[in-house]
Design a protein around this ligand. Structure first.
Ligand code: PLP
Length: 391
């Protein structure tokens, strides 16, 4: 006998993984250069050279037992201190080491936060379009997952729709900006309005409704657009951050959770997050990587290659008649499917070895996602296929 919920998650690959595997199989038949795979968000720019250099330095200047040994369960104190300093210098956050939990990337961090807030009957809201893994993470935490309809066509936040879904059971609202899959950055105005709404409803319900700010793309933003620091707008915010995309380290599994002191019940919340992580067996993030982050927390990626790809696709596709919100961040475009049926359109594209992810899994049918962490050459070669498909 196996747990059926777990079985279903393990036995069925996600649509994105399915497409990615299909692309690899097609490449062996038609040649990799003839497959235009926009499915998976795997960073395509290398980590800053300083990251590798730092690893070498740590290997030579630090005792081996210390490099590979357990750190404290919530993360190495020095690493947390450095991250707090980085947040303070950039956002005047008022953060301290004890407000930070070092995690193995945004995914397990989100799981820990959902579990920490999942009191009996709790509801957690996501705003469409949203990262599909939220649903299994929230549901396996024992909370109810509810989706707020998308704010088309700009993909900011439809505040009336949020208000209509808030109930006395709402524990938290998940936001993700820059957004996967839309590439949109929520404006300060949007976040201020959301904060004001949640403040009003928290007072009405007699308990805080937290924002869980999922921020793996915080540093991936273009054209001087600002990504507001959410705790400065709404204090009852928990930040889940990851170095997977900002330093191109998705396989290393490193990031942090920030519970600001200003958040309601911050000490209890931090302890519950640490406890939830413990109950998942997720303590002591990789020790070497914690040491790397202690020396590299201030590094930022060189986004020139992503920006070039973004502009080539955004300008190329809008000129052909494709419609999408302006992609100011992350490395995705979320495009309205010509004809309105994204599944049918993606199937048509697949016949031409152009791999697009339909928006249904992101809670937003009728759109498809493309991930542009690919080669510029692939983009150029794929544009004629896009042009043919919209004819
Ligand atoms: N949240 C969003 C919106 C993502 O796109 C991803 C990964 O693609 C994650 C969380 C998980 O990130 P990590 O690799 O840090 O676990």
């Amino acid at each position: 006998m196996v747990n059926q919920q777990a079985y279903a998650l393990g036995a069925n690959r996600s649509c994105i993984r399915e497409l990615f595997e299909y692309g690899k199989a097609r490449a062996t038949i038609v040649g990799a250069e003839n497959v235009f795979d926009y499915s998976l968000g795997n960073p395509s720019i290398p980590s800053p050279a300083a990251v590798d250099q730092t690893i070498r330095e740590i290997l030579t200047d630090t005792d081996s037992l210390q490099i590979h040994g357990y750190t404290s369960a919530v993360g190495d104190l020095e690493t947390r201190r450095v991250i707090a300093e980085d947040l303070n210098s950039r956002f005047d956050a008022g953060a301290a080491a004890e407000d930070l939990f070092i995690g193995c990337g945004a995914a397990p961090e989100l799981v820990a936060v959902f579990r920490a807030l999942a009191v009996p009957g709790a509801e957690i809201l996501a705003i469409a379009p949203y990262f599909p893994e939220y649903k299994p993470f929230v549901e396996s935490a024992g909370a109810t997952f509810k989706v707020v309809a998308p704010d088309v066509p700009d993909f900011q936040i439809d505040l009336d729709a949020v208000e209509a879904m808030l109930t006395a059971h709402t524990a938290a609202v998940i936001i993700n900006s820059p957004n996967n899959p839309s590439g949109v950055v929520y404006t300060k105005e949007t976040l201020e309005k959301l904060g004001a709404l949640l403040e009003r409803k928290s007072a009405e319900f007699g308990h805080p409704v937290y924002i869980i700010s999922d921020e793996p793309y915080r540093e991936l933003v273009y054209g001087g657009v600002e990504v507001p620091f959410v705790p400065n707008i709404y204090p009852n915010t928990v930040v889940c951050y990851s170095y997977s995309k900002s330093l191109s380290l998705p396989g290393e599994r490193i990031g942090y959770i920030y519970v600001p002191k200003q958040a309601a019940d911050s000490k209890a919340l931090y302890a519950a997050i640490a406890g939830a992580a413990r109950a998942c067996g997720h303590v002591c993030a990789p020790s070497l990587w914690q040491k790397v982050i202690a020396r590299c927390a201030g590094l930022r990626p060189d986004l020139a290659a992503y920006d070039r790809n973004r502009r080539a696709l955004y300008e190329g596709l809008t000129a052909m008649g494709y419609e999408m919100a302006k992609p100011d961040g992350a490395f995705y475009l979320f495009i309205k499917a010509p004809g309105g049926d994204a599944n049918a359109f993606s199937e048509k594209a697949k016949l031409k070895d152009l791999l697009l992810v339909p928006g249904d899994g992101f809670g937003c049918p009728g759109y498809f996602r493309i991930c542009y962490c690919v080669s510029y050459e692939m983009i150029q070669n794929s544009l004629p296929v896009f042009a043919e498909l919209i004819k």
